[in-house]
Design a protein around this ligand. Structure first.
Ligand SMILES: [Zn+2]
Ligand SMILES: [Zn+2]
Length: 412
């Protein structure tokens, strides 16, 4: 059973509760563009997991079947021990995910939001290719692959609720468990908070290995990363650091430097490329969140389109056994395209409406050609027709909306 997929309704229930609190407490923790970007990254991550987990799982099963040292009994004590051990592996996976450039290139997606709310929890990477290596010791210990997946999913589900600014410090809880307060520290870009609090469920690992930092009243958290993403494109969020590492390793002299660019400490750059291609880091004293002003109608359109994309992704994930390989691949590509297209709408690119037309057309053609079940076809056609009406409305009111805005781009 895919625990994460079945937890999705609860995720949205809690997001609804957080939005209600936002209204009641008059906080400003949510922005439509940021939330859509986080949710899109989450949808892409779940989709691409279908492809990505095949090889790691095969290797894990092979090691488990051939090299497991113990036959573990089926008891609650064993399950709890595995849950704790899994979190220990997670700590090192997460820590090296921050400290090694190649691993940071994947994990950075989760940190690229400059907001901190429950949608940030769902902003997961689609481009992490090496995390599974950290869990191979569990195969050698004899942890059944099904149990590993269940424990891993529970660990990830736990981490959802800590992504909120509405919960203060929680007394003794802060000593043992990852909490909203100590995870806020983890998402900070303030110097005092960098590379701290890596635990997934237990913060004890950080206390044990010297990476714990408490949230301080004197240093209010500034969320995000020092080299700001400055984009609402979830595909770009997944390749931003890879692309920078590739350019550095291409331009630097010497094979050792080329290797160290990828496998060295995050942030390290060879002197020659650092001088030739300097990277400007955000000045935290004058920090401004990346934003592009969008009229209300455009925001509503993007929200609806994100809903349509999520619906298609869920159709695929829940009916995967009904679909042939080429149908799965076609839908994965369409969801990637749709996420990119909504990102372009959020960034108000000139060509974005044309991409949207292409997106709607390709979805209609896709569901017709794939010969999907009638209820899927009819629901998709209704959604596309509704989207087309909204797009026509948006384009016909574009002139008025554009004129009502003083400046559409900030922070670029
Ligand atoms: Zn992290
Ligand atoms: Zn997080």
């Amino acid at each position: 059973m895919n625990i994460i997929l079945y937890a999705v309704p609860f995720f949205f229930l809690l997001i609804g509760l957080e939005l209600l609190l936002e209204k009641i407490r008059q906080t400003n923790y949510y922005r439509v563009n940021d939330a859509i970007n986080s949710l899109s990254a989450g949808v892409l991550s779940r989709m691409l997991d279908i492809v990505k987990t095949l090889v790691p799982l095969t290797i894990y099963v092979f090691i488990y079947e051939n090299f497991a040292l113990f036959t573990l009994s089926d008891s609650p004590l064993v399950w709890v021990s595995i849950f704790v051990l899994y979190d220990f592996c997670y700590y090192w996976n997460h820590r090296l995910g921050h400290e090694v450039s190649l691993l940071w290139a994947a994990h950075v997606v989760h940190h690229s939001s400059e907001e901190y709310n429950l949608t940030t929890a769902l902003r997961q990477s689609s481009s992490s290719f090496f995390s599974w290596i950290f869990y191979l010791p569990l195969a050698i210990l004899g942890v059944d692959p099904i149990l590993l997946i269940s424990v891993g999913s529970l660990n990830l589900v736990y981490q959802f609720w800590v992504h909120t600014r509405h919960v203060p410090k929680l007394g003794w809880f802060e000593w043992v468990f990852v909490s909203p307060s100590n995870h806020r520290v983890h998402h900070a870009q303030n110097k005092v908070y960098i590379d701290r609090n890596y635990g997934g469920v237990f913060i004890l690992w950080d206390r044990l290995f010297g990476t714990f930092q408490e949230e301080l009243d004197t240093d209010p958290v500034i969320f995000g990363i020092r080299s700001s993403l400055k984009s609402w494109n979830p595909l770009y969020a997944n390749v931003q650091v890879y692309s920078q590492l590739w350019q550095d390793s291409w331009h630097t002299k010497g094979i050792w430097n080329k290797i160290r660019v990828w496998l060295g400490r995050t942030g390290w750059r060879p002197d020659d490329v650092a001088q030739a291609f300097p990277i400007v880091k955000t000045d935290l004293n004058q920090f401004e969140k990346f934003d592009i002003t969008l009229p209300t109608l455009n925001k509503a359109y993007c929200l609806v389109q994100h809903g349509v994309t999520t619906y298609i992704a869920l159709l695929l994930l829940l009916n995967i056994h009904l679909l042939a390989g080429y149908q799965q691949l076609g839908l994965v590509i369409w969801v990637m395209f749709a996420s990119y297209s909504v990102g372009c709408m959020l960034e108000r690119k000139d060509f974005a409406p044309r991409l949207e037309w292409l997106k709607h057309l390709s979805l209609i053609c896709g569901v017709m050609l794939f010969g999907l079940p009638l209820w899927i076809m009819s629901s998709v056609i209704i959604l596309v027709l509704f989207s087309v009406v909204l797009l026509v409305w948006l384009q016909s009111s574009k002139h008025n909306a554009d004129n009502s805005l003083p400046s559409q781009v900030q922070g670029l």
